[in-house]
Design a protein around this ligand. Structure first.
Ligand code: SF4
Length: 263
């Protein structure tokens, strides 16, 4: 099958740096149709994407991974997005409950190696359930979050799911995000108001103190502040030449070779 590589996307990514998130969402919807879904973990940026889908409006499923050990506030936020924005949120869950996992493997998240295994089982593996369903997944990574996200591309290759990851907010600064949330009264996870700058599982997330980096509250017990769960491939050690298998017709559409849809 023909292959589309990260290098093939270089020019398109450069052009997309000038586009608004809404334009990038509309482009994705036009190109991928019903082979497109969004993802959110009920944090600020993901909820901004959800609001944009509701406001434009664009119809697509939204994928949410419930690890089984999320905060009640996170699940309540999901339910509000369904009832108030009318979103089709599809919740994916791990094969084992946390209790079953602990009985089989012990308390994994207390060590660096165990955390990788736990996040693999509770976050990445559930997402494998949609492999083959979508050619593109919309995420909410932003370069202003720094760390490994400081250079994340708008269009990134996901070899594990054989799809593109689209990050329409890659260029959205903290000021842009705050302004959009304020002007649109975006539904937010209430934990953000309680000092949680980023929010994951209740076992591995704490509030952040003034002056600490944004991700300081994640896996604080494992420090330093450079741990990621791995559900976003661009957070991992970079694969120098990732590529996906796509039909030639889809590759041509993505690269604008046989469409007059320009943004
Ligand atoms: S964040 Fe912690 S509890 Fe959640 S999946 Fe990862 S290691 Fe496990």
């Amino acid at each position: 099958m023909p292959r589309l590589s990260q290098a093939d996307l270089f020019e398109l990514n450069r052009a997309f740096d000038e586009r608004t998130p809404q334009e990038l969402l509309s482009w994705s919807h036009e190109i991928f149709g019903d082979r497109l879904a969004a993802m959110t973990s009920m944090q600020e940026a993901g909820n901004v994407i959800c609001h944009m889908l509701h406001a434009i409006p664009l119809d697509m499923p939204v994928i949410f991974v419930d690890t089984g050990v999320l905060f009640a506030e996170t699940l309540e936020t999901r339910d509000r997005l369904i009832s108030e924005y009318g979103l089709d949120i599809r919740t994916l869950t791990p094969g084992l409950t946390m209790q079953q996992q602990t009985e089989q493997y012990g308390i994994l998240y207390l060590s660096a190696e165990g955390q990788k295994q736990c996040c693999e089982m509770r976050k990445s593996a559930p997402l494998d359930q949609v492999r083959g369903d979508y050619d593109a997944l919309i995420g909410s990574l932003r370069r202003s979050d720094g760390g490994r996200r400081g250079t994340c591309p708008i269009l990134a290759i996901d070899t594990r799911l054989n799809c593109l990851r689209v990050n329409p907010l890659a260029n959205f600064s903290d000021e842009h995000l705050d302004d959009y949330i304020r002007r649109n009264q975006v539904i937010l996870n209430p934990l953000h108001q309680q000092g949680y700058s980023t929010i994951g599982c209740n076992r591995c997330t704490t509030p952040v103190l003034p002056g600490e980096p944004k991700r300081a509250g994640r896996w604080r017990h494992l420090g330093p502040w450079s741990v990621y769960c791995g559900i976003n491939p661009t957070d991992l050690d970079p694969d120098r030449s990732p590529a996906v298998d796509f039909p030639q017709e889809l590759i041509d559409r993505i690269l604008g070779r046989d469409t007059d849809f320009m943004i």
